[in-house]
Design a protein. Structure first.
Length: 426
């Protein structure tokens, strides 16, 4: 791996600020085009080196994915920063390493590989068609007391119409990864963002609150705060903002957005906490819409909390969810997501995944805003409990990256360093 991809690059970077030394940036930009995937069908080599050296088991793992039909790819190390800031979520945003190219384009060291592989797929000759890819390479995130560069392997699968079968295949392949490192019985945690989204869609809430609740699903403290604020029915914005928010409520969205953006620019505000002026304006206008919304009835909050308490055995959870849907007259709203959930359970059983080992929870999410359906993590609580393999379904991501219509997509990542440490200890 070129030296620019290692610690020397990170020592010249700062989190969320400027950034890379000009000579390092120039070298990085020179390799930026390497690993692009014309046609998305060429095998890529040379990414099997971890920061500490060759990991034969990681290479063998990715080779097994290639034999299963997933083409090996190597997206560029440097990526446009905007997609990650807009789509990955707060946790990734605050841990990214950013740089600005000489022409002013903001770039980042890739903090994950799902978005880079998705972008290259959309730019390829097979965009919109069913295709699957695997990878092995470094990602870069600030981590307290741990190296910021670490190795991940994984799979991204696009365009498959058999959603439940594809979901089950990802979990089964993830279990094969842990077994390859000597962990044959990891804990299996699963959830389904689509079930929560379907529940919220069926409730009598203002559209702004529906968007907010689904967005905050992965941030449980935020979700609890949202529910409390809805119960109170008031605007808990800072007092100095309330008059402005009230004035914007109900106004033309485009005109209000332009006004707020202009005011921020006049004030000399370019970015706050990694968010652009446009993002800050969006959040400000969202606060206006939320403040104008009505109070949440207590029985509706009770229904949401009852939903979020369901978990355990997947089949038993499905039965509880059917009962909740019937009680709340939401069977038509929750039905399609429940059908997919039950079908997925069947495909998991067909792949010899013991459902009694699967801990399902309606409240389980992964902290990435782009997930839209099935999510899972494989862990070993007897050690750190950190994810060893994790992934899920992100059917809306490719449309947000520029696809003309949504494309089914699902995948997972393998933390090679964590599994390697486990394998060495065992």
């Amino acid at each position: 791996m070129p030296a620019v991809c290692g610690p020397a690059l990170l020592t010249a970077a700062r989190i969320g600020r400027r950034i890379l030394k000009p000579d390092v940036l120039k070298a990085a930009l020179e390799i930026k085009g390497r690993g692009q995937i014309p046609g998305m069908d060429a095998k890529q080599n040379g990414i099997g080196m971890s920061p500490g050296g060759q990991d034969a088991r990681a290479e063998a793992l990715v080779a097994s994915y290639e034999r299963a039909g997933y083409g090996r790819v190597q997206p560029a190390i440097l990526q446009p920063a905007e997609p990650f800031r807009d789509l990955s979520g707060e946790d990734i945003r605050k841990r990214m390493y950013l740089t600005t190219a000489p022409g002013g384009t903001e770039l980042c060291l890739r903090p994950d590989l799902t978005i880079p592989v998705s972008r290259d797929y959309l730019a390829s000759a097979v965009a919109g068609k069913a295709a699957g890819f695997c990878y092995l390479g470094p990602v870069f995130r600030h981590r307290n007391d741990q190296p910021a560069e670490f190795l991940q392997a994984g799979i991204e699968s696009f365009g498959r119409p058999d959603l439940a079968a594809a979901d089950a295949e990802m979990l089964a392949l993830g279990l094969e990864a842990t077994a390859g490192y000597g962990l044959t019985q990891p804990d299996i945690r699963t959830g389904d963002v689509a079930l929560f989204a379907a529940l919220i869609a069926g409730l009598d809430l203002a559209p702004a609150w529906k968007r907010r609740l689904v967005k905050d699903f992965n941030r449980k403290s935020n979700l609890a705060s949202d529910l409390e604020r809805l119960m109170l029915g008031g605007n808990n914005a800072r007092p100095e903002y309330q008059g402005v928010l009230a004035a914007l409520a109900g106004s033309d969205p485009k005109g209000a957005h332009a006004l707020v953006t202009d005011l921020l620019s006049i004030a000399g505000i370019n970015a706050v906490g990694g968010r652009s002026v446009a993002e800050i304006a969006d959040r400000f206008l969202e606060q206006s819409a939320l403040g104008a919304s009505t109070k949440l009835p207590g029985d509706v909050r009770g229904l949401i909390e009852r939903f979020l308490a369901i978990g355990g055995d997947p089949d038993e959870s499905a039965a509880e969810l059917r009962a909740l849907a019937a009680d709340a007259n939401l069977s038509a709203d929750l039905g399609p997501a429940l059908d997919l959930f039950e079908s997925r359970n069947g495909f998991l059983a067909a792949r010899d995944v013991d459902l009694k080992r699967v801990q399902f929870s309606t409240a389980f999410g992964r902290g990435f805003d782009y997930y839209t359906g099935f999510v899972f993590e494989l862990t070993d609580p007897s050690r750190t409990g950190d994810p060893l393999v994790a992934g899920g379904r992100y059917d809306g991501l490719l449309a947000r990256l520029g696809a003309p219509s949504p494309i089914p997509a699902v995948g997972f990542a393998v933390w090679i360093e964590r599994l390697a440490a486990y394998g060495a200890a065992s």
